[in-house]
Design a protein around this ligand. Structure first.
Ligand code: NDP
Length: 402
């Protein structure tokens, strides 16, 4: 019997939904590169249900208990008296989501003597100290591709919201106004602008493809270059450095994982590469950016806008400056946890658990760490080391809206 500890975000303040806005939840047949959607033997949930919150349990309870395992589900993850810390010593598997991450630091991994696997219900396993996981021979897996396109849609939305000055204009409507000049004095067309992505992986490439019909000039930088045919198809300009990309772009979007090489890649020094009036969109990870440098660049007008859904730590302190800085379009971390995405990543977690318990190999594309090494997608997209430093600050958050 294995103990599985699953950390999920809280249910809605009005309680777990009894009905939904739609009756179905359409899904693609395959991902754009041909990868199949998750293929568990069965699922015990209705596609389109809220699975990522505590009562949704990722749809795992029936399956795990029928096979003799114990499932503990909690949202209590931060601070030494958290349920997560209480349950860790005899946990074999820890599951959490980047939206409400269980920061699996070296200290927690040391406490979890029986831990064999950490699963990210989503994409991005930076909330786990990968170095510590490698040293303890703990498998780390995520559900690659499950929400990449969900995030790409959020990126395109965020770019348009900033460039068109949508949020302040909407607020004039709520205030009962008709203040056209106030709305449009910061509003531009995206057409003809230069848009660049830092990383052209699953999300970055999808963003480039979605933006192509806007008649923008497309740029990217990455550690590996895209095939020539793709560069030609999308009329892409490749940049070997952030400096080269930032100097020519009106909009920059960050789409790389957080790992020691990318931590704080956007800081007071690198922001100097950006043109005055650049819009920056970050749905990848909050810690790719220096928190205070971003707020200062918005205050000074060096950046015209900043949007995204990722913060560090999560949840961010109630007085985190990104909540109140000017010209931002921030949301809580939601882009990859639409009901559509939850259907896919809950099925992906089920697939990973079935493989683990039946002694079958986990898909290579889901692996981040295995056998003491970076593996699968981890070997391609991450670097060794740890990016969880400072995550204990998440304990400072206090719920103020209930
Ligand atoms: P992929 O692995 O497909 O793409 C990541 C890309 O980042 C790869 O092309 C990789 O390059 C590139 N990269 C890695 N390091 C660097 C670097 N130092 N400089 C430039 N490029 C780099 O992942 P996805 O596109 O699916 O996801 C990317 C990230 O987005 C995730 O790791 C996660 O942090 C975040 N994310 C956020 C979500 C949300 O809800 N907001 C949901 C899903 C993901 P190469 O392979 O060439 O080395």
């Amino acid at each position: 019997m294995a103990k599985v500890v699953c950390v999920l975000y809280d249910d809605p303040v009005d309680g777990y939904p009894k009905s939904y806005a739609r009756d179905d939840c359409p899904q693609p047949e395959r991902y754009p590169d041909g990868q199949t959607l998750p293929t568990p033997k069965a699922i015990d949930f209705k596609p389109g249900a809220l699975l990522g919150s505590v009562s949704g349990e990722l749809g795992l309870r029936k399956y795990l208990e029928a096979n003799g395992h114990q499932l503990v589900v909690t949202s209590s993850k931060d601070g030494a008296d958290s349920v997560l810390d209480r349950e860790l010593p005899d946990a074999e598997i820890v599951i959490s989501q980047p939206f409400w991450p269980a920061y699996m630091t070296a200290e927690r991994i040391a406490k979890a003597k029986k831990l064999k696997m950490i699963v990210t219900a989503g994409i991005g396993s930076d909330h786990t100290d990968l170095q510590a996981a490698m040293e303890r021979n703990i498998t780390v897996a995520e559900v690659t591709y499950c929400n990449s396109n969900s995030v790409a849609e959020h990126v395109v939305m965020s770019i348009l919201i900033l460039v068109r000055n949508f949020i302040p204009s909407h607020q004039w409507v709520l205030k009962g106004g008709w203040n056209i000049a106030d709305c449009v004095s910061r509003s531009y067309d995206l057409e003809a602008m230069s848009v660049g992505t830092v990383a052209a992986g699953r999300i970055g490439l999808r963003v480039l493809r979605l933006l192509k019909p806007f008649d923008v000039k497309l740029h990217y930088m990455d550690r590996h270059r895209l095939p020539e045919a793709v560069e030609q198809e999308l009329s892409l300009t490749y940049h070997a450095s952030l400096e080269s990309l930032a100097k020519v772009c009106d909009v920059v979007t960050l789409n790389c994982p957080l790992h020691p090489e990318t931590e704080h890649m956007i800081n007071a020094e690198t922001l100097k590469f950006f043109k005055r009036g650049t819009y920056l969109v970050n749905t990848a990870r909050g810690k790719l950016c220096d928190r205070d440098a971003i707020a200062a660049a918005l205050e000074s007008g060096h950046l015209a806008g900043y949007a995204g859904d990722v913060w560090f730590p999560q949840p961010p302190a109630n007085d985190h400056p990104w909540r109140t800085m000017p010209h931002h379009g921030m949301t809580p971390h939601i882009s990859g946890t639409s009901l559509s995405a939850q259907t896919r990543y809950a099925a992906g977690v089920r697939e990973i658990l079935e493989c683990y318990f039946e002694g079958r190999p986990i898909r290579n594309e889901y692996l981040v760490v295995q056998g003491g090494q970076l593996a699968g997608v981890g070997a391609h997209s991450y670097s060794k080391g740890n990016a969880t430093g400072g995550s204990e600050e998440a304990a400072k958050f206090k719920t103020t809206v209930a």
